[in-house]
Ligand binder design. Structure first.
Ligand code: PA5
Length: 478
């Protein structure tokens, strides 16, 4: 039996959501009263019903990913095993929702210095790179360190048309073709929509192995689809455990009672915070392994909730600006602002019960008590104490914070965390009465790029751009 099939292990690995420090009994008048939450009951009921209706209507297909991928998961596991024997490098090309999940999961679940380990210590698995930007220096740099003959590229784009990713594809195809001739297509796997976009056309023409991103699963909600599962499996992560963790969380966040549903409660408190003008949401993991979860969350929260119009078309200009921080590093920078600056933030701590490593602080300099007191403790105690201390400092300064604790960082708890934050975001969208699943602001930038680079069909957009006001030299200092 696998450990994640054991229900008592699952319960020991349940992540918790602690919102004491969001409440007025703890943080004083900046916090919320239980009655305030209760007074939202009609709104919570409407939002809860919308979640159920949309799920039934297939508009939240990402919610079914823990359940409906048995076949593709088996294929991914087998493919990952074959990749191991053939390749030394696995490079994901994608951006936004097609990159941040793979980065976050790899950082969370693999060795901190995975790529630097010798191959046998990586279980014979390839090194993993995500090239999510199109900085030419980084792209050139990549080709300095990889051997194309031993590299597999995973091109990931839901729309199949994003300029950044398609440019990367063109570059890689060109290089591979000149180096490997006809065999080049064995070095590319496409992950995209089954029908829409250009990547699927190219993939069919060239015979790339292809994984599909199911309908109704948008970029930032796609980590538990092949977008994230392939790279995770290639790097030896147990993707079945991760999906089981997501399914375990689904049970909790499907409860209609908002007082029992951690994602609904989390979203409700953020909704109240936004109404109170706390328009900044800081995510502060106390673990390097969870560092990029804050990046993944930042995209999810910002792109889903930052909206101009509500569902009725009224201008609302809502959203909460996500900020990434890292405990303890940012205690020595940003926390000054969080404790004494404006009352405009909610800080979410991501804590870890039991770290995977234990480092003792040895004895030394016993004649200096202000140093010697550290001896006999371990870094685990120190990092935990610093998290408690920061929570306390914020509490004392009447600042709102919440704490999500993972008993351990493993595939099961990471699956829970991803799913929790996705449902929290979707429910927050319902409370704000906006569409959490579109991104017209992002599309505008994509379209303007197409126009600037001469994509056919974007001539009007080009004319619109050309008629923008010319820069005034007076406002540029050289
Ligand atoms: O969440 C989103 O929809 C976006 O961030 C997309 O993931 C991002 O723009 C990349 O799009 P695509 O996967 O279509 O290339």
């Amino acid at each position: 039996m696998k450990r994640y099939e054991d229900s008592s292990w699952q319960d020991r690995m349940a992540i918790s959501f602690d919102f004491n420090n969001m409440m007025a009994d703890f943080v004083g008048q900046e916090g919320f009263k239980w009655e305030e939450i209760e007074s939202l009951e009609p709104v919570l009921k409407r939002a809860g019903q919308a979640m159920v209706d949309k799920r039934k209507a297939g508009e939240m297909a990402w919610r079914e990913l823990p359940y409906n991928q048995a076949q593709v998961v088996q294929d991914i596991i087998e493919t990952a095993d074959q990749i191991k024997d053939k390749f030394d490098n696995f490079v994901a090309l994608g951006i936004g929702g097609s990159a941040l999940g793979p980065i976050a999961v790899q950082q969370a679940l693999n060795h901190m210095f995975y790529n630097e380990l010798p191959k046998e210590k990586r279980g014979g698995r390839p090194r993993f790179y995500v090239v999510d930007n199109i900085d030419p220096e980084r792209m050139e740099g990549l080709f300095d360190i990889i051997d194309l003959e031993k590299t597999l590229f995973n091109v990931i784009t839901k729309s199949g048309s994003t300029s950044e990713t398609m440019s990367q594809l063109l570059i890689v195809v060109d290089l591979l073709k000149s180096k490997l001739g006809d065999k080049f297509s064995d070095h590319i796997i496409a992950t995209t929509d089954r029908q829409k976009g250009n990547l699927i056309k190219i993939a069919k023409e060239e015979g790339f192995k292809t994984y599909y991103i199911p309908d109704g699963v948008g970029g930032r909600f796609s980590e538990l689809s092949p977008v994230g599962l392939l790279s995770a499996a290639v790097c030896g992560i147990d993707i079945e455990e991760m999906l089981t963790g997501a399914a375990y969380m689904d049970k909790k966040v499907s409860q209609s009672n908002p007082y029992k549903n951690p994602a609904y409660m989390a979203a409700t408190l953020q909704f109240l915070a936004m109404k109170a003008g706390k328009n900044i949401s800081v995510m502060m993991p106390y673990a390097d392994s969870l560092k990029y979860m804050a990046d993944w969350y930042a995209q999810l929260w910002a792109e889903s909730l930052g909206k101009r119009y509500d569902l009725q078309g009224n201008e609302v200009f809502v959203g909460q600006t996500p900020v990434k921080a890292l405990g303890v590093t940012d205690q020595h920078s940003q926390v000054q602002l969080y404790t004494e600056g404006p009352f405009d933030k909610v800080v979410t701590f991501l804590g870890v019960g039991e770290y995977r490593g234990k480092v003792a602080i040895p004895k030394g300099y016993e004649d200096i008590p202000a140093v010697a007191f550290l001896s006999g403790h371990c870094l685990n105690e120190l990092i935990h104490a610093e998290q408690v201390a920061t929570e306390y400092a914020l509490l004392k300064a009447n600042r709102l914070s919440r704490t999500i604790t993972l008993p351990q960082v493993n595939a099961f708890t990471v699956g829970q965390l991803l799913y929790f934050m996705e449902v929290e975001t979707a429910f927050a969208g319902e409370l704000l009465n906006i569409n959490a699943f579109d991104q017209p602001g992002v599309e505008e930038g994509k379209n303007a790029t197409y126009a600037l680079l001469g994509r056919p069909g974007y001539e009007d957009k080009k004319a619109e751009l050309d008629s923008r006001p010319k820069k005034n030299e007076k406002y540029i200092i050289r």
